[in-house]
Design a protein around this ligand. Structure first.
Ligand code: ZN
Length: 223
C-alpha cells in the first residue's frame, strides 16, 4: 500500500472527451462552457462525473466506482511509465544530460519539492533505472527533472503545512506519440496530494536544467 486512500475528495481539473489534446479545464470553466460534454481524468483518462453541481464551492470531478486511477487506488504513481513505449537506449541523450548536469536537474526538482534531499534524488534515479526510464522513446533532456520527480512514489512538502504528494506527467494525447512531438508534447506536471487526491498543474519549464558545477569542481580537484 502506498497510502492512496479511498477518501479522495475528487479532482479540480479534467479534460473534455472531444479534445484530442486533453487540455486541462478547471471546474468553473467546465460549468461555464463544457457542461454538456463528458469530463475525463487527466491522469488515467477514465470518464469522470461531476459531483454537487449546484454548489460551486464544493463541486468537483469524481471517478466512477471501481476506478483504477492511481489518485484513488494504491497503485504506485510511477506505474504510468510501464505503459509507455520503450526501446533500448532510446533516451540515452536524456540520461547523459542528467549525468552531466546533475546539480541543475537536482535544483529544478527542488523548485517543486524545496526540501528534497540528495538521498531522495538518488532514490528517484534508482527507480528510474528499474522502470527503464532511459529507454523511453521520445524522452528528451527537457523532461529529465519532471520524469525523475514522477519516479518516486511520494515526496513530503513541508511548508505551508506538511503534505505528501506524488507527481505524474500528463498522458500522451495519442497513444504512442512522441513526448516532444510539437502538437502532442506533454506540457504539464501534475502534483497530486495523496491524502485528498487534489490536483495541481505545473506547466513544465522547457528550458534545459543546466548545471555543471559538480563537474567543474571535480576538475578543479583532479590531480
Ligand atoms: Zn484518474
Amino acid at each position: 500500500m502506498h497510502g492512496h486512500g479511498s477518501c479522495a475528495m475528487g479532482l479540480e481539473f479534467a479534460y473534455d472527451i472531444s479534445d484530442s489534446l486533453a487540455t486541462p479545464i478547471n471546474m468553473l470553466e467546465w460549468l461555464a462552457r463544457h457542461r454538456q460534454s463528458v469530463p475525463c481524468c487527466l491522469i488515467c483518462r477514465e470518464k469522470l462525473t461531476v459531483k454537487a453541481q449546484n454548489s460551486q464551492i464544493t463541486t468537483y470531478f469524481s471517478h466512477l466506482p471501481g476506478s483504477s486511477c492511481p489518485t484513488v487506488t494504491s497503485s504506485p504513481p510511477s506505474g504510468y511509465i510501464n505503459s509507455l513505449p520503450k526501446q533500448k537506449g532510446a533516451a540515452a541523450q536524456a540520461r547523459q544530460f542528467a549525468h552531466d548536469n546533475m546539480m541543475g536537474v537536482y535544483m529544478r526538482m527542488r523548485d517543486r519539492v524545496p526540501s528534497m534531499r540528495w538521498a531522495e534524488f538518488e532514490e528517484a534515479c534508482t527507480n528510474a533505472r528499474r522502470l527503464r526510464v532511459w529507454d523511453l522513446v521520445g524522452l528528451t533532456p527537457e523532461y529529465v527533472s519532471s520524469v525523475l520527480l514522477s519516479c518516486k512514489d511520494k515526496f513530503v512538502i513541508s511548508a505551508p503545512g506538511a503534505k505528501e504528494v506524488a507527481f505524474f506527467l500528463e498522458p500522451n494525447p495519442q497513444a504512442g506519440s512522441f513526448w516532444s512531438f510539437p502538437s502532442a508534447r506533454k506540457r504539464n506536471l501534475f502534483e497530486v496530494e495523496i491524502k485528498t487526491g487534489s490536483l495541481q498543474l505545473h506547466p513544465i519549464d522547457f528550458r534545459l536544467a543546466k548545471g555543471d558545477i559538480l563537474a567543474r569542481v571535480q576538475t578543479l580537484l583532479s590531480p
